[in-house]
Design a protein around this ligand. Structure first.
Ligand code: HAM
Length: 422
């Protein structure tokens, strides 16, 4: 590890890379706001029980991956491993428990103590949305359509939408019994983790990646067929709404998702441009119970991993920054004492007018100043010496084209604007 490297599974994001992130963020804001979602910013850490209760004690995230610490007052806190539980805690202050709809999105870092690998990080970033307060298949379908719209505006093609139903709590015991009976018959062929899951949470066997387990899983009984008529009709309607929009999906009975709060619809978007960690986004409908609450908050939402979105855009050879250009910069070069004063004041005045401006420290040669202009990728340079100043002119050089001319100081700003707005 280099001396100044960040901790494993975390990254610094340098100015040269920030355009790519802003492009994701701007696109997310633009798409989600068209669906009437407003941005919510919640704290990066919460009381630990918000996640324990919200995501479920049995989930891998809660059991193995949380960054938990004492807040110095004896209260256990945890860096948020995902955004839904914190958003629900915040929304309890609104009328969501009475069925009043809230539409929020969030963008920010999440923390999971996973083993770092390509596309798997300890601090990663999600852009997520939550539609909270009401239950309706059209909301599930609209949320999925919005996610696909977001990916489309990011230029991401070739992604696969996988869809499944988890039914509701009342549907599960009978289906879980059928799964247990089936897997018990093949216990000898299951991996050690799955043998434990058979007792703890049989559903998790369905997304086990171990080859020997996959062979057994391939022939599981049709558990969704055992769900209530109502739950099956709910899922059919979600599919119907997606069909109306011409959205292609694969129904994947092995998709259960890792968090316990899901009911009814669950979905995931995968992309072949990623390696083993191929999910760019995942979500579904949920009932999330917070500590001290008897009633769950209901909603539907998703989160997309921003690092993975960037990886997919790279695999598709899309420009990292989505074509967003930094504003053109004016470099002001000065030779002589009077010219220094002019340089210092003129760069300040350009910046006040909303024009990006740069200069070198006092006393550098013209050559050094022009090298600095090159480093900041300036569009044009204003060059003044004491001689020019005494004649009330400056040299304006177009650094892309190479032409230059003398301009009266009184016209300098308007000439600069003409040049950079070309
Ligand atoms: P999730 O599937 O755990 O769902 O995470 C969503 C996305 O975050 C994943 O598809 C992946 O792109 C990214 N992600 C997860 N873990 C990592 C990691 N260690 N490194 C890099 N990227 C990662 C949730 O978090 C739910 N809260 C989504 C949701 C919102 N469901 C309903 N509403």
């Amino acid at each position: 590890m280099a001396k100044s490297a960040p901790l494993p599974g975390t990254s610094d994001i340098f100015p040269a890379e920030i355009g790519a992130w802003r492009f994701l963020e701007n696109t997310a804001r633009s798409v989600f706001e068209r669906y009437n979602y407003g941005e919510l910013r919640t704290p990066i850490f919460e009381a630990t029980e918000v996640f324990q209760r919200g995501l479920g004690d049995e989930t891998e995230v809660v059991q193995k991956e949380m960054y938990t610490f004492d807040d110095r007052g004896g209260r256990s806190c945890t860096l948020r491993p995902e955004g839904t539980a914190g958003a629900m805690r915040a929304l309890l202050n609104t009328d969501v428990l009475n069925g009043v709809e809230q539409r929020v999105f969030y963008i920010g870092p999440m923390f999971r103590g996973e083993r770092p690998a390509a596309g798997r990080r300890r601090q990663f970033h999600q852009v997520g949305v939550e539609n909270v307060g009401r239950v309706a298949p059209e909301l599930d379908a609209e949320t999925i359509a919005m996610l696909l719209g977001f990916l489309e505006e990011l230029g991401i093609t070739g992604a696969t939408l996988k869809l499944n139903t988890r039914g509701v709590a009342a549907d599960r015991p009978a289906a879980a019994e059928a799964l247990k009976a089936y897997f018990s018959k093949h216990i000898d062929l299951l991996c050690e983790d799955c043998r434990k899951r058979l007792q703890g949470n049989v559903w998790r066997i369905l997304d086990c990646k171990v080859e020997s387990c996959r062979n057994i899983i391939a022939d599981v009984p049709d558990y969704a067929g055992m769900f209530s008529e109502e739950s099956r009709a709910y899922f059919q309607k979600v599919c119907q709404y997606l069909d109306w929009l011409g959205i292609k999906y694969e129904i994947d009975p092995f998709l259960v998702r890792g968090l316990d709060y899901y009911v009814h619809t669950v979905f995931e978007i995968t992309h072949p441009g990623l390696g083993a960690q191929n999910a760019i986004a995942g979500g579904g409908r949920y009932e999330l119970t917070l500590p001290g609450e008897s009633k769950p908050v209901i909603g539907v939402g998703f989160a997309a991993g921003m690092e993975r979105l960037l990886m997919v855009r790279e695999a598709l050879n899309l420009p990292a920054d989505g074509g967003i250009q930094a504003p053109p910069c004016v470099f002001v070069a000065a030779l002589g004492e009077a010219a220094e004063e002019f340089k210092f004041k003129f760069t300040a005045s350009l910046r006040k007018q909303g024009i990006a401006a740069a200069s070198e420290l006092a006393g550098k040669s013209l050559k050094a100043q022009m090298r600095a202009a090159n480093r900041v990728n300036a569009a044009c340079a204003v060059i003044v010496g004491d001689d020019e100043l005494s004649r009330q002119v400056a040299v304006l050089r177009d650094l892309a084209g190479g032409e230059q001319k003398e301009v009266a100081l009184g016209e300098l700003e308007s000439e600069i604007k003409k040049l950079i707005n070309k």
